[in-house]
Ligand binder design. Structure first.
Ligand code: ARG
Length: 588
């Protein structure tokens, strides 16, 4: 049951016949800031009164009377200049919470009209070591895919690997000139990574107009590497064979990281997959007069001020944009999606703006195209962690560091758990806590902001961290172990919920907000709406737990009711974390 949605719907009904545009006002009903006056508050009476030329308190009262929610709400009260305060009836609240315990959806109804969402995420350029910049895309994309799927949508995840780009020219050049054959035989992934870094280091750098150090296009090694890429693209047998030889090692490398992050893809159609379709895309766009020839190249123009997007270079090479256009056409034909989400760094903002524009002109206007943009990961020094700063930025070593730090924190704070945990269990805990901390720290940020990567902060035992949530979960589970409670029975036939003190009521109310938190996270593509919700839930639960004895409750009925509230809290935390791709353990 989505309480907010119910109240907004009823408010809209109440306003029908009263306001010209009832829907415009129903969004003005929100959870109350100050819970002393009610659970929800609507401030629509003021603007409406102005429109109607009446006094706001009178309008507020009329709206209150027209709500017709006597079984759900106490009589609405009017405060200040015309705020309508709504308080849920305890009996109704208790019934809803009890209903939430039944089944495994925790009160979250599947969407009425499921659609297909393609989520394009992670998408690293392979052949170079995966770097912390790919972390955000991987974590955010996976969370959105899980969330949309849970809400009942059909989700297709696709890892749009950069497996055809200039980095292969660098590798091919390195392989032909600097290969350490025995190192390659022993550890192909390591040797390829070494070659990549080695060749990049040889290239001369220049400072560009923005003061950034970039590769000098005239550098002979850069030219040679470009020539290798061109040969690969034009079908050169030797380069193609080497490319085929490199690819399994590239996959192996990224797969290892995905396994560690517990991330899977339905498809991994890299850029190379679309090569056979590119010429046709260019032909089609020219035929429809969307692309024009310009100085020997083919480009799409966007008006005077904006730079054009190249879809074929003078030397005949296709571009990143061409590939993305072919990709969209393929996805539309294959899956007929309602939306495609591109979870990609904010730096590619212009690329996606132009891409979407071209797609519209191409005639595909019935699809939602979203660039799910995100900010940079900053080091402790406040500067973006970039590939060039050495191994600290490599994703794999970063994850290992997080797990090592998690192990230290965990072992130093060995909680109350009575029976000792095995070596294996503890290793699992370190991994779950370490990886969870990294993911949660990322997802709890406002997606579009930069954030500072601080292991210490992300592993804090108190505060808005995965570690805190995972502990809250495990501690909660320990109540059931200590009391030897039959959890299945509690869920199959939930006992009546009793709201005898304020803390129980607050917890019940917060639990019931779960469905809405998920809807907000999905409609704004903002996983942080889930972490904020979980953080509020954890705080509310902690207030409840401090004030309400559970196993030692005064009566058996109260004990059952409180056990149910505890169990629901644990389930919501677990589900919430799961939707973020974060695991929990029963004991820690
Ligand atoms: N491989 C690109 C990069 O690392 C990201 C690809 C994103 N997806 C896409 N369809 N363009 O910058």
């Amino acid at each position: 049951m989505n309480v907010l949605a119910l109240l907004q719907r009823k408010l809209q009904d109440a306003l029908t016949g009263l306001a010209n545009d009832p829907a415009a006002y129903s969004g003005m009903l929100k959870p109350a800031q100050d819970t002393r006056f009610g659970d929800y508050q609507a401030n629509c009476a003021m603007p409406l009164a102005k429109q109607l030329g009446q006094r706001p308190p009178d309008v507020a009262r009329t709206i209150g009377e027209r709500l017709h929610l006597e079984d759900v709400l106490e009589t609405p009260t009017i405060a200040g200049p015309g705020f309508i305060n709504l308080k849920l009836r305890d009996e109704w609240l208790a019934r809803q919470v009890r209903a939430m315990a039944e089944g495994d959806r925790l009160g979250v109804a599947p969407v009425d009209t499921p659609g297909t969402f393609v989520v394009d995420f992670s998408s690293p350029n392979v052949a170079k070591p995966m770097h912390v910049g790919h972390l955000r895309s991987t974590i955010i994309g996976d969370a959105l895919a899980r969330l949309l799927r849970f809400l009942g949508h059909n989700v297709v995840t696709d890892n749009h690997l950069g497996d055809w780009g200039t980095q292969f020219g660098i590798l091919l050049y390195g392989y032909k000139n600097f290969l350490d054959a025995s190192a390659f035989a022993a550890d192909p992934v390591g040797e390829l990574a070494r070659l990549y870094v080695f060749v990049r280091k040889q290239m001369k750098k220049v400072v560009d107009a923005q003061g950034e150090e970039v590769e000098d296009a005239n550098d002979p090694i850069a030219q040679a590497a470009r020539a290798e890429t061109a040969k690969l693209h034009s079908g050169d047998a030797e380069n193609l064979k080497l490319w085929q030889q490199f690819m399994p090692h590239c996959y192996e490398e990224i797969e290892r990281i995905y396994r560690r992050l517990d991330v899977r893809f339905d498809h991994t159609h890299g850029e190379s997959f679309y090569q056979p379709m590119l010429a046709d895309v260019v032909r089609d766009l020219r035929q429809h007069n969307i692309a024009q020839e310009s100085e020997g190249a083919v480009a799409v123009f966007f008006g005077e001020k904006d730079s054009p997007a190249l879809i074929q270079k003078r030397d005949g090479a296709f571009t990143y944009t061409t590939t993305d256009l072919a990709t969209i056409r393929y996805r539309l034909e294959k899956w007929n999606p309602q939306a495609i989400l591109y979870v990609v760094d904010f730096r590619q903002g212009l690329h996606f703006k132009q891409l979407f524009d071209i797609v519209r002109r191409w005639g595909y206007d019935n699809i939602e195209l979203q660039h799910i943009s995100f900010g940079s990961v900053l080091g402790e020094d406040g500067r973006p962690i970039s590939t060039r700063e050495g191994t600290g930025a490599l994703l794999d070593s970063l994850l290992s560091e997080a797990v090592a730090a998690a192990a230290r924190v965990y072992e130093q704070n060995q909680p109350e758990e009575v029976s000792p945990l095995s070596e294996d269990e503890r290793r699992t805990i370190h991994e779950v806590v370490g990886i969870g901390a990294v993911k949660y720290a990322d997802l709890s940020q406002n997606r579009t902001s930069d954030y500072r990567f601080s292991l210490k902060k992300m592993l804090a035992m108190d505060g808005n961290t995965a570690t805190y949530m995972q502990y809250a979960y495990a501690r909660n589970r320990s109540i059931f172990r200590r009391g030897d409670i039959d959890i299945a029975a509690l869920r199959d036939d939930p006992p009546p919920v009793l709201l005898t003190v304020a803390e129980e009521r607050a917890l019940a109310l917060q639990l019931l907000r779960f469905p809405n938190a998920l809807l907000v996270a999905a409609s704004e593509y903002k996983p942080s709406a889930i972490t904020s919700y979980l953080w509020d839930l954890a705080k509310t639960y902690s207030g409840f737990f401090q004030n309400c004895p559970v196993l030692k409750a005064e009566t058996p009925e109260l004990r059952q009711s409180r056990l149910l509230l505890c169990d629901l809290t644990a389930r919501v935390i677990q589900r919430g974390l799961d939707l973020l791709g974060i695991r929990t353990v029963e004991r820690m």
